[in-house]
Design a protein. Structure first.
Length: 208
């Protein structure tokens, strides 16, 4: 049973940096799993401000939908160029930060939990490693997503407008079969089982 001091409840990002920033500043390995670029924005900003001479191994796993956003895709490319190992997952992720395998930070609704209980941290680390092994190097997604990113904004606009498939296909200047294939590809990347859910997930990811 973890002791009370081994699990700290954090209210918001500002408090997270205040309470856990020193842990990141002293870490040698930073591992992060996130559904989008927003959950850990404050911690990532803090990490960018650390002295550049520090040798910090950085591993990050993101959901595939991040690659649909040109800004998000460019951010991941920049991370990769700076030396981070970046992978993409097709499956929902437990949003987590791990520091040296000793501290786990979990997204918990509007707040966060900072966990130092060894047994819990080992279990959380195992889940992260499983997600890491089952994910794909970002470079492998680039060819697939280059085309997908080009038509995603228009496709989402057409889906949200309630246009029929025939009318939407004409608006995109493609055949009906091509339009429906693109819708299916978009739903697959978003992890949606319906067009309505695709719209909701796109809004959640900041694509609408």
């Amino acid at each position: 049973m973890p002791r009370a001091e081994e699990i700290a409840n954090i209210r918001d990002e500002r408090e997270l940096v205040e309470r856990a920033g020193h842990l990141l500043a002293g870490a040698d390995e930073f591992a992060c799993a996130a559904n989008d670029l927003h959950t850990w924005s404050a911690m990532q900003k803090f990490a960018r401000e650390l002295p550049k001479e520090r040798k910090l191994r950085v591993r990050k796993v993101y959901l595939a939908r991040v690659m649909l956003d040109p800004v998000g895709a460019e951010h991941l490319r920049t991370l990769h160029e700076l030396g981070a190992e970046v992978r993409i997952s097709d499956h929902e992720i437990n949003e987590t930060i791990l520091l040296d395998g000793r501290v786990a930070i979990l997204a918990a609704g509007p707040g966060y939990n900072v966990v130092t209980a060894p047994d819990l941290v080992r279990g959380i680390s195992s889940l992260f490693e499983a997600a890491w092994r089952s994910s794909t190097a970002m470079e492998a997604y680039e060819t697939r997503f280059a085309e997908l990113r080009q038509y995603t904004p228009q496709l989402l606009d057409l889906l949200s407008s309630g246009s029929t498939d025939e009318k939407a296909a004409r608006a995109m200047g493609v055949g009906l079969r091509t339009y429906r294939r693109r819708v299916a590809e978009l739903m697959d990347v978003l992890g949606a089982t319906s067009r309505f859910q695709a719209g909701a997930l796109a809004r959640e990811a900041g694509l609408l």
